[in-house]
Write a new protein. Sequence first.
Length: 475
Amino acid sequence: MALWGGRFTQAPADAVFALSRSVHFDWRLAPYDLRSSLAHLKVLRTSGLLQEDVADQIEKALRELTTEVASGKFSAIDTDEDVHSALERGLTQKVGAIGGSLRAGRSRNDQVATDLKLFAIDHMLEVANSITKLQAALLAKASEYSDAPAPGFTHMQHAQPIVFGHEIAKHVQSFARDLERIQDWLARTNVSPLGSGALSGSGLSLDPAATAQDLGFGSSSANSIDAVSDRDFVAEALFILSLVGVHLSRIGEEWCLWATTEFGWAKIADEYSTGSSIMPQKKNPDMAELARGKAGRLIGNLTAVLAMLKGLPFAYNRDLQEDKEPLFDSIDTVLLVLPAVTGMVETTSFDRAKMLAAAPLGFSLATEIADFLVRAHVPFSEAHEAAGKCVALCEKDGIELDQLSDQQFKSIHSSLTPEVRKVLTVQGAIASRTTVGATGPTAFADQIKSATTNLSRLSKVIADEQKRFSEMMGA
Ligand code: ARG
């Protein structure tokens, strides 16, 4: 029996059914729908609205369906409209008309919001877990290159020397913020819509707080109209996933650049590269390019949902059915890209000699001259000007900064003693960077240490949440 139809004399036209139908994509909500049905059944039972023997039969059937959905023995068919109707069909096939009892006090409006929240929590935790693996790979790679000098860039021009590990380790920070964002999102998403019914709550003696607790939520919704129309958790998740995608795309861009013949820094492993169908010599950084390219669709999915929500009247409107495909797609996309980028990071090696040779080029030590003068109490503006003159002189003579003569240094600024050459080394410049978060060896070691501690803290939070969630699903 369809979920509605009593007041209609005609079945929906084919085109209506085709447009209405969502089961081909919302079927993946089935495990969450079954779990929230068990929670709903429990309150119907404890409130006495369902007799024990009826409740027992329905519970047994729901548990069987859970197994059959997992094994693929039960699945949606062409005539099912959505996941809810497909599962009600399955239930009534098992227990007959009493299967329909489960609909008391519940609407697809609170049901779908609950299912989607459970799905989102489950999968955002999986995304978080996958991010921690990338974090571990980035930290390992950063440590491996903790003593490899390289040029640091601003405006894509040589700026100041750094250790290459520092360049890699910066990514750990952005993904750590993503993990914090997911944690934060979880805390806000932790409100159960179930019990809000179609929009106004229920006149039956249900217990939304009990269902919320049963499903692992911290509380039940404070406003039933908000509960059925709130998709903030979808929009926020899509924003987080977009930002993860943007972070991945920036890694992708770097890897593409570093793997060029011109740079020649990165050697991406064969297993994470692809060839060309026509040019036999080619080894392309396609994983890095896909990481970069996929960010576009992630941003598109966020935009689609925000546009769908804008101006949407409150309580349930069918527009809301459009929340699912973008969310599913963004989660699938991020879960596809993360392991590929993790593997690429793990297996890429970098050419230390090339990076070291490039480190002092482009007069990247000019700041050291200015800092040398500042230590001699020369005002920075004057020091900056003098260092600039050193660069100009070198450019004119086609030499490097440390090749300027004592006389040339002196003529530019009286405080530029021959001692200045001591700071004109890549190693010296790097070693002098001692502030928190700097590229110098001690600061860098501290950075790696605290990033590692932070990662184990976040990994534990995620593992605990995943354990809690899977116990709830299995209860
Ligand atoms: N398939 C619908 C969705 O995904 C379920 C809710 C339908 N509710 C309704 N009143 N038509 O949003």
